[in-house]
Design a binder for this molecule. Structure first.
Ligand code: BGC
Length: 384
C-alpha cells in the first residue's frame, strides 16, 4: 500500500508536498498557510442533493454550527449529478475554501478534484459517504453504516419471529441503496449478514431470486426507482395469493417508493414489515400509521457537530487522531481500519445509529435527542 500511495502522490501532486505521515501511516494534510489574505477562514460544503430531506438539514446544520464558530461558509447542492458536484467543488476551491466538507454523489468520481484540493493545500472531510480512490481525504465522519444495516436486519428477524418460524416460510424482498454510494454496500452487508442464515436454511425465501447488492440496488436512492422495481416484483411474484412478509428497504426514500407500490399493487391483507433509515418526517407519519415498521435514526446535529470539531482541529493545525473523540459530547468511535477507500484507510469518526418504531419514536426523537417535536401535525424537525 505504501508503494501505491507513493506512486499516486508522485503523479497527483507535482507542485505539492506529500501529505505528512501521521501515526499508523495515515496521511494528513497540515494546514500551515491559509489562502485568504483577509484573515477569514472559509469552509466549503458540497452536499449531494437538496431533494432528500436529510441533506438539506445536514447542509443547514453544518452551515449554522460553522458560522457560530466564526467561519465563512459556502454551501452547495449537486442535484445528485456527478458533474454538478465536481463543478461545485472546483468553485469552492477557487473561492479559497480552507477546508472542504463533502458528501459525495459518487464516491469514486472525485479523484481529480481531490487532487486539485490537495494541490491547493485544502484538507477534505468526507461527510457521511466515503470518498474513494484518492489518498487526499483527511477524515471521514459518519454513522456506523454496517450497524445501520444490522439494525434493519435484526428488526426484520425479530418482527417476523424468524428464530421460531413454526414451519412457516417467510417471503421477503430486498431494496438496496445506490451502488455509487459507498455506504449502500455497508447497509446491505450489515442487514444481509443477519438474514443470511435464515435464507440459507429456507426459513426466508426471496421469491424474485434477486438477492445480491447490485441486482437489488436503487439508482440515486430514488423512491420512483424503488417503486417501479417493486411494482414489477409484485406483478411477477406476488400476483395472486402469495404473501409478501417483509421488504428490507435501505432508507426512507426507498421505503416510500415501496409503500406506494404496495398500496396500489399488493392484494393480500397482511401488513408487510418495511424497514427504513433517516426518520424523514413523512416516513415517521407512515410509522405512526403502521404502514412503515421502523426507521434508523442518525442524529444529523451530532454528525454535523463532529464535522465542525474536526474542522476546528484541522484549522488549528492539530493532527487527526483518536484523541479528538474526547471532544464529542456523545458516543463517537475512532476507527482506522473499517473504511479503506481503495488507496488509504481513512481515519473515521463513527456515531451510533438507533432503531425507531411507533413505540419509541417520541421517547427517542423528542425526549432523548430533542431533535423533533410531536404534535397535531405529527413530527417536525427542530432546527436550532
Ligand atoms: C445516507 C443515508 C441516506 C442515503 C440517501 C446515504 O449515504 O447515509 O442517510 O438515506 O444516502 O441519500
Amino acid at each position: 500500500m505504501v508503494c501505491l500511495l507513493s506512486a499516486v502522490l508522485l503523479v497527483g501532486c507535482a507542485q505539492k508536498e506529500a501529505p505528512e505521515q501521521a501515526e499508523e501511516g495515515i496521511p494528513t494534510i497540515a494546514v500551515e498557510d491559509h489562502h485568504s489574505d483577509d484573515g477569514v477562514l472559509r469552509v466549503g460544503i458540497s452536499m449531494p442533493s437538496s431533494s432528500l430531506e436529510r441533506w438539506n438539514h445536514d447542509g443547514e446544520f453544518l452551515k449554522k454550527h460553522l458560522e457560530n464558530e466564526g467561519y465563512e461558509v459556502e454551501l452547495t447542492f449537486s442535484d445528485n449529478l456527478i458533474d454538478t458536484q465536481i463543478d461545485n467543488i472546483d468553485r469552492l476551491i477557487e473561492d479559497q475554501s480552507d477546508v472542504l466538507i463533502i458528501a459525495a454523489v459518487d464516491g469514486k468520481a472525485l479523484s481529480r478534484v481531490m487532487e486539485t484540493a490537495a494541490g491547493n493545500n485544502i484538507p477534505v472531510i468526507s461527510y457521511d459517504r466515503l470518498i474513494c480512490d484518492t489518498p487526499f481525504v483527511t477524515a471521514y465522519v459518519s454513522y456506523d453504516n454496517y450497524r445501520v444495516g444490522q439494525l434493519q436486519g435484526e428488526y426484520l428477524r425479530d418482527a417476523l419471529n424468524l428464530d421460531h418460524p413454526y414451519d412457516q416460510t417467510y417471503h421477503i424482498e430486498l431494496v438496496s441503496g445506490d451502488s455509487a454510494d459507498n455506504n449502500a454496500a455497508f447497509f446491505y452487508n450489515g442487514a444481509y449478514d443477519v438474514l443470511k442464515p435464515y435464507i440459507d436454511s429456507g426459513v426466508v425465501q426471496v421469491l424474485s431470486g434477486q438477492k445480491d447488492f447490485y441486482t437489488t440496488s436503487t439508482d440515486q436512492w430514488s423512491g420512483e426507482n424503488a417503486r417501479s422495481r417493486m411494482e414489477i416484483l409484485l406483478g411477477a411474484y406476488y400476483s395472486s395469493s402469495v404473501t409478501l412478509h417483509g421488504v428490507l428497504c435501505a432508507n426512507d426514500s426507498t421505503a416510500s417508493g415501496v409503500m406506494e407500490a404496495l398500496e396500489r399493487d399488493y392484494h393480500m391483507d397482511n401488513s408487510v414489515v418495511i424497514t427504513g433509515q433517516d426518520c424523514d418526517v413523512s416516513n415517521l407519519d407512515a410509522i405512526m400509521e403502521g404502514k412503515q415498521s421502523m426507521s434508523v435514526y442518525k442524529d444529523l446535529n451530532r454528525e454535523a457537530q463532529t464535522a465542525v470539531e474536526l474542522t476546528k482541529a484541522i484549522l488549528n493545525g492539530e493532527s487527526v487522531n483518536a484523541s479528538l473523540v474526547e471532544r464529542m459530547e456523545y458516543p463517537c468511535r475512532y476507527d482506522t481500519s473499517q473504511y479503506n477507500n481503495g488507496i488509504i484507510s481513512v481515519p473515521s469518526f463513527l456515531l451510533e445509529p438507533e432503531t425507531v418504531t411507533a413505540d419509541n419514536a417520541t421517547d427517542i426523537l423528542v425526549e432523548k435527542y430533542g431533535s423533533y417535536t410531536y404534535g397535531e401535525l405529527g413530527f417536525q424537525r427542530v432546527m436550532e
